[in-house]
Design a protein around this ligand. Sequence first.
Ligand code: BGC
Length: 762
Amino acid sequence: MVDTRLSRRAALMGAGAIAAWATSPARALLMQVPADGAVPASIDALIATMTLEEKAGQLTLNAAAWGGGVATALNPPSTGPSFEGQVADAVAGKLTGVFNGNGAVMAERMQRAVMKDSRLKIPLIFAADVIHGHRTIFPVPLAEAASFDPDLAMRTARAAASEAAASGIDWTFAPMVDIARDQRWGRTVEGAGEDVRLGELFAAARVRGFQGRDLTANDAVMACVKHFAAYGAAESGLDYNIVDVSERTLREVYLPPYKAGFDAGAASTMASFNEIAGIPATGNPWLMKTLLRDEWRFPGLVVSDYTGDEEMIAAGFAKDGRDAARIAFRAGVDMSMQSNLYMLHLPALVREGVVPQATLDASVRRVLAVKHRLGLFDDPFRRIDAKREKARSRTKANLALAREAARGSIVLLKNDGGLLPLPSSGKRIALIGPFASGQHDLNGPWVVYGDNANAVDLATGVRAALKDKAALTVVAGSEVEKPIPGGIEAAVAAAQAADVVLLAIGESEGMSGEAQSRTEIIVPPVQQALAQAVAATGKPVVVVLKNGRALALTGAVRDAPAILVTWFLGSESGHATADILFGAANPSGRLPISFPFETGQEPYHYDHKATGRPAQTLSEPYKAKYRTAMNAALYPFGHGLTYGTIGYSALSLPPTMAWNGTIDIAATVTNTGTRAAEETVQLYLRDRVATITRPIRELKAFRKVRLAPGASETVRFTLTRRDLEFIGMEMKATVEPGEFDVWIAPSAQAEGVTGRFVLGAG
Ligand code: BGC
């Protein structure tokens, strides 16, 4: 077989190295790649030549000594070995790869050393947390979920993959698909929110985006569906806390997005930090074997989370490192991240017969299989290319996509009196707040490679949109959590001199993300005071909210005539927000999480059960409500306004659905306003009576429509029996005949048009 890539490889590796590579067992894999892309038999031949230590090395992944940024407080890049030390480990076969290294140049040096000097010449795999962009930063995943446009998320994942792959990254630790029903949990920002259907759709879209059509392509990265499983159900919204949910809730709510990710082809998954009902996920054979391998037939790779195996010691599940390695490995975790416990203990555990050799080989086979699928045996340098890295970074097309995605992620909660959009001339604008200007808090959490310094802030975006630049005054007013001396006075003076105030307040990027659980999901008190003082001027206020989770809005923030949720929008933040503020684009985002009245309602999710005492009003005694709040949201899941005014009418709903049939449901939406509109039409169901109580509503489908002023459209949905399933008595998907309520509505709490049908018996 003539290999045209050998010349490029020779240039990268040097002539001596290429000779060694050409005769190595790993090289034999290149010669035997079956045309159908299946795992070649020679992987087993390679495994047969490996020592126990080399096998344990293939199951050991560490943070790169040449880290690109601090991914989390737990991941400082500089505490590990030196670069040279890590290269030596890699050459000695003690590492399968590294993660969160920065840039093609260093990746190339490391890979070259391994391909030249290691005994087996098994290429390293380079992983990274490419969560919402690489050099071009897209909106945080929660924001993108607000677009209700999975295709958009697929496109941003594709662009991120292309940028990341060019800097040598083969594998991203994304998408995060954990359902988040408690907004105190900081990692809500990394996922698609509280809803199962939306979660499934975004999980699948992101996997497809990252992996592309062909995992060997130099713009594809392997996806890692995380954190398996139910990490988002952490008790009290406290990060890393225990999870104790029923198997039914697990199967009905938390598991479906992971399954959707696997069905979309995700080649890896990450074990979560949490325990489930007393058993850590990392040491949970039911989760990793019975469910994942036996029931779901997942063929891919399972990696632990960062020191997740070792943490079973502190959790009281393992007595020491050896015990932790044994438990995690026997439970089904193939690869250990960062603790080195597999490297340290697996060889001895196999020698002593505690871990079967065949189990070790099976995990090594899975690792080599993904390296093979990524095309690394074929060309270890296929994604490492400093020139391509530069050429693909922050391209015009990617920045345009970032702006499009950011616009689509913004949610207009409220727009009393049609305050928005603002005219681009003729009004004096005071832009006030800690997020009004400056290169901070634009990208949001989980950005390892992007830089806030490269992002467009709000002041810049607003100024660019204004015809008369002098009409804009910018004042901070306060810091995020601390007052500025004289800040409120300056803000009030600016408001008084203006016709309209843009109040840029909310959470900093450090307030959500990993380990950033909050006890109160509020706008920090100092900013609340700023809002109060500005509102007291009587000037109309548009709140431009920055947030990584749902917030409980109160006082002048809640009561402002207009509120925009702008999350963390990434590279094009300011431009995209200005596009919405001044009407160059229509707001079309919808809440993927419910904004409660008060923090104390958390965990709150729209698809809750009725209870035996549902309340209709706050004054009813002995009903399921709080003294001060209904069991409902101030702004529910699915809510979001557009600049048009939308009416719902003419529900078309057959009275019955046959057991083996489908049902077509339609409604007419009309833009009765004077501006163009983008509406997200949502279909909700409620199973009236079942052997297991059912939620008061569940989202089953949605469709986005654009409507010119005065225009109408009939929006049609077809439901199948699968849409009526729930997890029944036997812990299996079940459907029961009977009555179903239907809503086609603009949010989980809106009436829209409603009706009922009956599913006939089978
Ligand atoms: C996080 C993971 C992440 C890993 C590697 C952990 O702390 O929980 O989501 O992928 O670090 O950076």
